[in-house]
Design a protein around this ligand. Structure first.
Ligand code: NAI
Length: 406
């Protein structure tokens, strides 16, 4: 079995066996149906690409409501151990347990494995219905900090002893009198976590030969959290990537706006303005590095610009583990009805294949999805926005994609 374990260690090259074991959690709500659809597509593409020389040994591990019913635990230790052992996992959406010991399973997983970078590529697939005039100009990858900011989950309800202690502390330290009935939330943003996130975003831009990395922040208002994220972002660009990067300021002042070859432009934008820019001039943005909450908002808005949550993949990367998952949730209102779009999970698996270097297979999947959408054979979420489309169920959409793998 050791031969089938992906070796993924900090600062070392990954070692990928030809038949790696990859654990997966089907997830709640639409999870099981999109999982079954996605797995068929991925397996077909791998067989088609590698003729049996490569193959994934999928290992189902418990997680979510199904696991809770069977074992009394939302995320049993055996699942944590399997992800630790096999390094890379794929998961469907998980419902946030109500009243459970864990605030959110997703947050718990990301924190357990220190999956500090949430990566969400946003790319237009030809023929997908979009509210944009030129959706083809959108090609961005968001690197969202995944461990702190609002994900720290530190809050006190209005009226509690803790909230009133903090309100008194703030009055003493700043002279500001907050309303006594305030709830209090803490938003920590640290130098180390900001720098490692921005460093990963810049490394990615260098590797993929992308032209810019934008630091998204609200530093004009929150100077020591969001503003500091911006400052630390510029610092790490200089410390680690001075050879490969120039700032936008240098570009204008020293290079008259002409970017030297092989240099990546590091720029920053205030969050509200960036929302406007990605609508008006999306072609100016390539990689965006953002603190947790900003990144969450922006990625859903951008997903809507290129076809919605049904086609939005994502990954959570740490130093020694990675968990790939679609951006969307469990979509309870359509669960179990064969209506869900498995596209996000299929594209998520394609991202995973890219990550382990099986790029030909990933590319075949993307082409097949594009072909299927071009044929106007799509799930309901896309069909209702397309003229003359044939509406397919989740399962049938996967079959149509499989038929287009070439
Ligand atoms: P959601 O993403 O489940 O649904 C939002 C809207 O998008 C709904 O109208 C839904 O029907 C539609 N939608 C989502 N995925 C779709 C797909 N594949 N095909 C077609 N339509 C799709 O978000 P919501 O309703 O806020 O959350 C529901 C549950 O999911 C909550 O318990 C939440 O905590 C959880 N959640 C889990 C996530 C994860 O596991 N990573 C991420 C987001 C939410």
């Amino acid at each position: 079995m050791a031969d089938n374990i992906i070796q993924f260690k900090k600062n070392e090259n990954m070692i990928i066996p030809d038949e790696p074991v990859i654990p997966y959690i089907k997830g709640d709500g639409i999870g099981p149906e999109i999982w079954d659809a996605a797995q068929k597509v991925v397996n077909k593409s791998i067989i088609f690409t590698y003729n049996g020389k490569k193959n994934i040994q999928w290992l189902e591990i418990p997680g979510g409501e199904k696991s809770y019913k069977a074992t009394g635990e939302y995320l049993p230790q055996e699942s944590i151990d399997a992800i630790k052992k096999y390094s890379i996992a794929v998961k469907g959406p998980l419902a946030t347990p109500v009243g459970g010991g864990i605030r959110s399973l997703n947050v718990h997983l990301r924190q357990t494995f220190d999956l500090y970078a949430n990566i969400r590529p946003i790319e237009y697939i030809d023929f997908v219905p979009s509210p944009m005039k030129h959706p083809e100009k959108i090609k961005m990858v968001i690197f969202r900090e995944n461990t702190e900011d609002v994900y720290s989950g530190i809050e006190w309800e209005a009226g509690t002893k803790e909230a009133s202690e903090i309100i008194s502390f703030i009055r003493k330290k700043t002279g500001k009198a907050l309303p006594k009935d305030s709830g209090i939330g803490i938003k920590p943003i640290s130098e180390g976590n900001s720098k490692r996130l921005v460093a990963r975003a810049i490394s990615y831009a260098i590797e993929k030969k992308l032209s810019s990395v934008t630091l998204m922040h609200k530093g004009n208002i929150m100077k020591y959290t969001e503003g500091a994220f911006r400052k630390w972002g510029y610092e790490i660009a200089k410390e680690l990537f001075n050879e490969n990067t120039i700032t936008e300021k240098d570009l204008i002042e020293q290079y008259q706006g002409n970017c030297p070859e092989n240099k990546i432009i590091i720029k920053d934008r205030i969050a509200d303005m960036l929302f406007q820019d990605v609508l008006i001039k999306p072609e100016e943005y390539h990689v965006i590095a953002a603190p947790n909450l900003n990144g969450d908002y922006l990625s859903d808005a951008l997903a809507a610009q290129v076809g919605g949550l049904g086609l939005a993949p994502g990954a959570n990367l740490g130093y020694e583990n990675a968990i790939f998952e679609p951006v969307h949730g469990t979509a309870p209102s359509i669960a179990g009805k064969n209506l869900a779009n498995p596209g996000s999970l299929i594209l998520t698996c394609a991202m995973m294949l890219d990550f382990i270097g099986w790029v030909d297979s990933a590319q075949k999947i993307r082409s097949a999805i594009q072909h299927t959408i071009k044929n106007k054979t799509v799930t309901e979420d896309l069909a209702m926005q397309m003229k003359g489309a044939k509406k397919l169920g989740c399962k049938e959409f996967a079959d149509a994609i499989i038929a287009n793998i070439k």
